[in-house]
Design a binder for this molecule. Structure first.
Ligand code: ZN
Length: 384
């Protein structure tokens, strides 16, 4: 299989979101390759009401049924983030790396999967395999995943192999997330008469000081799950960051509003309810400041994937590359949450992303060797 020509074609298709285009063209290009690997294929258009009213969200579902064997579902997404000022959709190869938007996140993993499936085409496989090639992962995908689930049944107990992952280890856990906007209230007056008003920006300061104290406590919480050494951490670690402060209209006006946006990441041993309570109590402990929570977003925590299948994958990886292991991600995502908490499945991941890959940045690239290694890992994983 000429995987380089497949990858070159995929990267040259501008599937950036927003707005999210060329999805139909991308999956129509890929479909015959999966057919050639002995898969039944189906293009599924997500109804606009499940895609924030955006049209032409065409997903591809491919299946090679194998009754009586565990379900293994490979997850991929075809969309990429926008280029932002470099020739991102003109792929080129240099030093055995292919440069272009999506090369590592995550178009490069698709030809790796195809190579593995083609190699195993005439062999007995250990799994009942489905492949889902999805849209809008880089934008907002949860409701599309919920819609597409009806084409993936049975889901309970299914293993999800997340190809939107790093190369070189098996990813077995994610962080939960809790984001809050805290609106601090004041009263506007002319700055020269500030004694008659209430300064919302200044009132935000003691709230932030209290949050920073909490941050120190939060950041001392470590999971029992190892983090990948490249993260600079030994274990998955809880996080609390004040990432945005917006307030004030003009330098001569005492501001009546200030919004503090915080981002809390939870290790698998924590839960949302306690994290939320801890933040609210911290804020409530500050005297003489009026505030309210105006926006909240969360992703629940879930237990790590401790199924022996992840040991098997790690062993195959070691066979092929001589290294590897199982680690938790210092990141959060919709997929694992929906798979585990809503569908009763299990999720783990391996892909072709490396820290050096510049995903979402300029000169994104993938190492061709990683694609070839991932193909061999998947092939052995599904056949041995
Ligand atoms: Zn991705």
């Amino acid at each position: 299989m000429d995987y380089l020509s497949i990858l070159t074609k995929l990267v040259s298709l501008d599937t950036s979101v927003p707005p999210g285009k060329n999805y139909k063209e991308a999956v129509t290009y890929l479909e015959p390759f999966f057919k050639n690997c002995g898969f039944q294929t189906q293009q599924v258009e997500i109804p606009p009401e499940h895609a924030e009213n955006r049209p032409e969200r065409v997903n591809l579902i491919c299946r090679r049924a194998n009754p009586g064997h565990p379900r293994l579902i490979f997850y991929a997404h075809i969309d990429v983030v926008p280029a932002q000022g470099w020739p991102a959709f003109e792929p080129h190869i240099e030093d055995n790396k292919l440069f272009g938007r999506g090369a590592a996140d995550m178009k490069g993993a698709i030809p790796a999967l195809l190579m593995a499936l083609e190699k195993g085409r005439d062999q007995v496989l250990n799994y009942d395999i489905t492949v889902m090639i999805t849209t809008d992962e880089e934008y907002s995908q949860a409701s599309q995943l919920r819609y597409i689930s009806r084409f993936l049944e049975p889901l309970k107990g299914a293993y999800f192999f997340d190809l939107d992952s790093n190369f070189g280890y098996v990813s077995v856990a994610n962080l939960g997330a809790l984001q809050m906007d805290i609106l601090v209230k004041g009263r506007s007056v002319h700055s020269a008469l500030s004694h008659l008003g209430e300064n919302a920006v200044e009132k935000a300061v003691p709230l932030m000081e209290a949050l920073l104290k909490l941050k120190t406590r939060v950041a001392a919480r470590k999971s029992h799950i190892a983090a990948h050494p490249e993260s600079g951490l030994d274990k998955m670690t809880a996080r609390l960051n004040i990432n945005m402060v917006q307030g004030g209209l003009k330098v001569n006006i005492v501001p009546d509003q200030c919004t503090i946006s915080i981002d809390r990441r939870l290790i698998p041993e924590e839960n949302l309810e306690d994290a939320r309570k801890e933040i609210l109590e911290t804020l409530a402990g500050v005297q003489n400041v009026e505030w309210e929570i105006t926006r909240e977003f969360d992703i629940p925590t879930l237990p790590p994937c401790e199924d022996p299948i992840t040991d098997k994958l790690a062993a195959v990886l070691k066979e092929v590359t001589g290294e590897g292991g199982k680690y938790g991600e210092m990141g959060s995502g919709d997929l694992a949450n929906i798979v585990v908490n809503e569908w009763g499945g299990q999720e783990f991941g391996m892909g072709v992303i490396r820290t050096e890959s510049n995903i979402h940045g300029h000169n994104e690239f993938v190492r061709l060797k990683d694609i070839e290694d991932l193909a061999e890992v998947i092939y052995r994983f599904v056949t041995v």
